[in-house]
Each structure stands twice: as C-alpha cells, then as structure tokens.
Design a protein around this ligand. Sequence first.
Ligand SMILES: [Zn+2]
Length: 254
Amino acid sequence: MSITDRLLNLYRIDQQIQGLTGRVQSARRYAQTQAQQLTDLEARLTAARTQSRQLAASAANLENDVRILEERVESLRKRMNEASSAKEYKATLTELNTVKADRERIETEAIEALGKVDAMNAQIAEIESQIEQRRKVYDVAAAQLQREEDEIASRLTELKERRAEAVRAAPADALRDFEQLSRRTDGEPMAEIIEEDRRRQEYCCGACNMTVPVEVVSVLLGRSGLANCPSCRRILFMSDELRQHFEKRLAGRS
Ligand SMILES: [Zn+2]
C-alpha cells in the first residue's frame, strides 16, 4: 500500500468518526440548550418569588398603617362627642378630617400594593408552568442524547481501534503532515484530484478547486511520495477510476 493509500485509509476512518460524533454533538447541543433555558427560568422564578415577598411585606405595612389611622379616627370621634366647647369640637373636627384623608390615601396605596402582589403571583404561576413544560422537553432531549451515545459507543470503539492500526501503518513524517493539515482544515487534510479535461490533461483539487499541474499528478501515479495541492496544501489522492485510466494509457504506449 502506498503512503497516500495508508493516509487515505486513516482519513476515511476519521470521516466516519466525525460523522458519528457529529450526530451526537447536535443532540448534546440541543440538550444543553434546554438545560440552559431551564436554569434561566428557575433564576427568574427565584427573583419573582423574592419580589412577591417584598411586595406582600410592604402591602402588610400599609394595611397596618390603615388600622392605626382607623383607631385614631375612632378616638377623635369619641373626643368630639365629649367636647366641652365649640372651639375644642371644631379643632378636633379639623384633625379628624386630616386623619381621614390620610387613611383614604394609604388605603388606596394598600389596595394598589395588593394588586401588585396578585400580578406578581400570576407571573410566578406562569413561570412555574413554563418550567414544567421545559423540563419535559429537557427530559426527552436528555434521553435522546443518552440513546445516541449508547448507539454509537461500540461502533466508535471499533473505529478508534482501526484508527490506531492505521496510525501505526503510516510513516511518522507523513502522519505529522496529516495531523497538522487536519487541524488546519477542520478535519479535511486530504482532497481528491478531479479530472477537468481528459484531452487537455487539466486537473484540479477537489477541495479548493485550484489547478493541479500534471507534474503533481505524476507524483501520485508514481506512488513514490505524497503529492500536495499547490494552493491549499492538502494531501492529494486519486480515484481508482482515474488511476486505471492512466495505467491503461501507459500500457497502450508501451
Ligand atoms: Zn487544494
């Protein structure tokens, strides 16, 4: 097997591994998104519950103020009934009217505050129902992720064993090139030579589409070393069909 074929074998295995893990990755991303939304909703619930408690406390304070003012109204009415002079009666009446106005104002504030507590509690119920729904979605997503991980587990182990074999079979320097290119190209270190025009002997790189000179194609045909795309540096390989065509032509010449 030529070095190119050995690397191509490794490349095919890597592509299968990528395909398998890619499928699980999208399931993982989806489950993570659901988990994040659940966390956000729970944070909103905590904040809303705190706000509700604070609003309820200030409503209770206002209601307490109303009670104190009512007691004051009662005692002023009593004093008016027991007034010994018209002057005292009039002074008490003025005070009574002031206290009644205060009570009305604070009563209004208390009703408003209770309304805010109700609104906040309705918001809490809404968030709670959203959490319940989101949790169901999350549970389904987590189960799906687990299923997919289980499904690929044995296949992935097998592929990793085959990959280790393929790595052992490749020369160290070629392997280093392969791994470097793989990192740089996001897991696509190899490209097929595409025949653009048979008669004119025009070829291009299957990854970057730039021209590959016929001299580079000859290197591949010779099976002696690696041929890189002059533009993107990917390691080039040739389909069996194209190789057979060249071999037939060479046979025809001899
Ligand atoms: Zn290229």
